[in-house]
Design a protein around this ligand. Structure first.
Ligand code: BGC
Length: 794
């Protein structure tokens, strides 16, 4: 199809040249490009020459020349693999826009997803491979607290998008970690909207620097997988504005993503893709968004309502959807102007897309360079949770005994559309070998044989998923290998340190569970930790645990038994090498948690109403915890987590000093916060510095603390100091007053808390706001009709 289109455009060019019509610039005789003269009326167009899409200025004339059927075709996508509608030239791409050759509109192609481009690595009848880079999961990227690193990941992802002939990446995803058991949390950044929004903006800016589009998704409040197509999410306007919408607002304003994907769920009673208050009033009105909106795949119930609401494109689309839309225009139930608006929003990106520009993609991105980016990001996102008596880094001469099946079956990322068909995943065992460590070989062999044997068995065979081959594989979890105590003692005698790897995976379509083998460790895993720790400690040796997981697991009950815990997350294809970088000290860990690890699941503020009611088959979920999500809850209600938001250790130490604000502590539209950070340890390292604000209660109650800014130092050498500055403006510190639809900074004394984590505050400063500041008035929208019994401190 693409080739055909290219030929057609070339033909048009030659016809144009022969007839003296320029296909670019503003002198197209038909008046197509008459931007300066205003859009031509249909009757003014020379009927002999069909207007062609040549640039932005030609869009209005092209729309004027489109039939209703053509418009209805363009707003419905193409291409779910395996379906009867056209197969896409980029195998594994999940959709795109149809070509309308008569008008010079080329097809465009879309592919997932958040951890990198997801296309098929092989194509029938070809020996060439089309592997892409599996980057660390979003939760790991957020844990870097480093927008520069994340921007580089975006640049590399966008380059693969472009070089493999795709126009739009269906990522990043930034739903909040409302509940730790959400199956797709690995695709999302954080429980906090500021870090989610900033990370998204950094990624989008990187991806789009290549001239391709990024899609921020899933808009909005798509915070569970259970009944994701039908669940009705009931949430207050304030929680929506301050939390669930906030990251999207930041991303829209700071990175102008070309596309937004509306979500599956209903929002306060209306499917998100049919919700005009969400897609038109808030997104386009309040935020001035000027890209286009597509549905999530097969979302919503009514294509005409989707069009009306401002959901510009239906994905992946059925021909019947186009028919219904065209008929609705004809019978007057859909205003053609609304359809034109949607078509225009799509064409605005079409004219910028690589397909439109006939970009000659190489099918050959620099995968080696991207692997380096992935490895650095992975190591930077790892969080050192515990390191008693400097058990880590490993010493070069250490002989390491590796325990746990995930040392071999290392998990690079979650499953579903967030998976990536990478050429390889470096396992943790291979990572340590590459780093030159001598491993306990018999133990490695034993694990390797155990895994191979089990994987032969029918119940543990890796099968293509029911979603289709490219949608991630269904990987049955194999049970942890049982180790006898005497066996552990022998291995201990033949090694210097025990390193235990615990792995978990989750994916699209199902939420995780508070059960053994998922949130909880299994009995075998617990026995392994206990017995290995005892054997090594009895001999005066150390034990470290590496967590290869996509979201929190229960840690509090076993952490005292081990010396060190490294949270490696699901670090992408370079997993093992990146783990080795941190274990060996080649990279000093500087990651910090962007999501809280609770002591127990019941401590999670939404645990009582997740995933909704009725329990056996939820249809509705009411966000009763309201604005108290994540650390906003733990800090306000004094619930001690296992590891708090913002927490993470280093192999060095940092001293915070001279924490202050300017302007004599008077807030005047903005205020600047300063902090000196000094490396007081013996090795170089980077520190993620967090600025929380405690706002005074006024008419609106406030959480104990809220993250309002963050930054990361450069790599500081021992004794080196860096001065970090953070600017806070009125919108940054405002709260949302839903009675008045205003963002407001209430008067009073605000305390700035600069810290190494949400609990480890190293210095405070205060500033005063003399009178209430109304920062912004927005539309009165998204008011729930259902009464919410909201959590409050009163
Ligand atoms: C997911 C989206 C994804 C789409 C296309 C849907 O099931 O929710 O995130 O982009 O499929 O693969």
């Amino acid at each position: 199809m693409l080739k055909k289109m290219r030929k057609r455009r070339r033909q048009l060019t030659s016809i144009a040249l022969a007839t003296g019509i320029a296909l670019s610039g503003l002198n197209f005789q038909t008046g197509v490009l008459a931007a300066e003269q205003g859009a031509p009326k249909t009757e003014q167009i020379n009927q002999n020459v069909v207007p062609q899409l040549v640039d932005k200025a030609s869009i209005d004339a092209v729309i004027a020349a489109m039939t209703v059927e053509e418009k209805a075709k363009l707003v419905v996508g193409v291409g779910m693999p395996g379906m009867t509608i056209p197969k896409l030239p980029v195998q594994g791409a999940v959709g795109g826009t149809p070509a309308i050759e008569r008008l010079g509109i080329p097809a465009m192609y879309y592919a997932d997803g958040p951890a990198g481009l997801r296309i098929s690595p092989t194509r029938p009848g070809e020996s060439k491979t089309y592997y892409t880079t599996a980057f660390p999961i979003a939760t790991s990227l957020a844990s870097t607290w480093d927008t520069n690193v994340v921007n580089k990941v975006g640049q590399a992802q966008g380059n693969e998008v472009k070089e493999y002939g795709v126009d739009v990446l269906l990522a990043p995803a930034l739903n909040l970690h409302r509940n730790i058991l959400t199956g797709r949390n690995f695709e999302y950044f954080s429980e906090d909207p500021l870090i989610s929004g900033k990370m998204t903006a950094a990624l989008v800016n990187g991806v789009q620097s290549n001239g391709v589009g990024a899609t921020i998704k899933h808009f909005v409040a798509n915070n569970q997988e259970t009944n994701r197509f039908t669940i009705d999410t009931i949430v207050s306007e304030r929680a929506l504005r301050e939390l669930y919408l906030k990251g999207f607002e930041i991303a829209v304003k700071e990175s102008h993503p070309k596309a937004v994907m509306s979500s599956y769920n209903l929002l306060n009673g209306t499917p998100a893709s049919q919700n005009s208050e969400l897609l038109t009033t808030v997104l386009r009105g309040d935020w001035r968004y000027d890209g286009y909106v597509m549905t999530d795949w097969f979302a919503g119930t009514d294509p005409v309502a989707q069009m009306r609401a401002g959901n510009d494109q239906i994905m992946p689309g059925f021909p019947q959807s186009s028919e219904r839309i065209a008929n609705a225009v004809k019978d007057g139930s859909l205003d053609e102007k609304l359809l034109d608006r949607n078509v225009k929003n799509i064409l605005n990106f079409v004219v910028e897309s690589p397909s439109f520009k006939n970009y000659n993609h190489s099918d050959n991105p620099d995968l080696q360079a991207h692997a380096k980016v992935a490895r650095q990001a992975a190591a930077d996102g790892m969080v050192l949770l515990k390191n008693d008596q400097k058990a880590l880094p490993l010493k070069k001469e250490n002989k390491v005994a590796l325990f746990g099946t995930a040392q071999i079956e290392t998990v690079k990322g979650g499953t579903g559309s967030g998976d990536v068909n990478a050429a390889y995943t470096v396992s943790i065992v291979d990572g340590l070998k590459h780093a030159g460590y001598s491993l306990h070989k018999d133990l490695v062999n034993q694990y390797s044989n155990y895994i191979s044997e089990l994987r032969q068995m029918e119940q543990y065979k890796i099968k293509p998923s029911p979603w289709g081959e490219d949608f991630g594989k269904e990987i049955p979890v194999i049970p942890e290998m049982v180790l006898e105590t005497n066996q552990i003692e022998t291995i201990e005698g033949e090694s210097d340190i025990g390193v235990i790897v615990i792995g978990r995976n989750s994916g699209e379509g199902v939420d995780r569970q508070n059960v053994k083998g998922d949130y909880l460790l299994t009995d075998t895993e617990k026995a392994m930790i206990q017995n290995v720790s005892k054997a090594y400690h009895d001999a005066g040796k150390k034990v470290a645990v590496v967590l290869n997981i996509g979201g929190p697991v229960e840690i509090a009950s076993w952490r005292d038994q081990v010396d060190s815990i490294l949270l490696a997350w699901q670090p992408g294809q370079e997993a093992g090498d990146a783990v080795a970088d941190v274990l060996t000290g080649a990279v000093n860990p500087s990651g910090k948690l962007a999501t809280t690890f609770p002591v127990k699941y019941e401590d999670v503020p939404s645990s009582e109403n997740f995933p909704g009611t009725p329990a056996e088959n939820p249809t509705q979920v009411v966000y009763e915890e309201d604005i108290y999500v994540g650390y906003r809850y733990y800090s306000t209600f004094d619930v001690k987590p296992a590891y708090e938001f913002g927490y993470g250790l280093s192999y060095t130490n940092f001293d915070y000093s001279n924490i202050r604000v300017n302007q004599g502590g008077k807030f005047k539209d903005q205020i600047t916060v300063f902090a000196n950070i000094k490396n007081t340890g013996k090795v170089s390292g980077k520190e993620a510095v967090q600025v929380y604000v405690s706002a005074p209660d006024g008419k609106l109650e406030k959480p104990e603390i809220e993250l309002k800014a963050f930054g990361k130092t450069k790599e500081l050498k021992p004794n080196q100091t860096e001065l970090l500055k953070f600017e806070l403006n009125a919108k940054d510190i405002a709260s949302f007053d839903e009675e008045k639809n205003q963002w407001i900074v209430e008067k009073g004394v605000y305390t700035v808390k600069v810290g190494a984590s949400s609990e480890n505050i190293n210095g405070k400063a205060t500033f005063k706001v003399d009178k209430d500041i109304i920062v912004e008035e927005v539309s009165n929208s998204l008011v729930p009709e259902v009464e919410i019994d909201r959590l409050t401190k009163k």
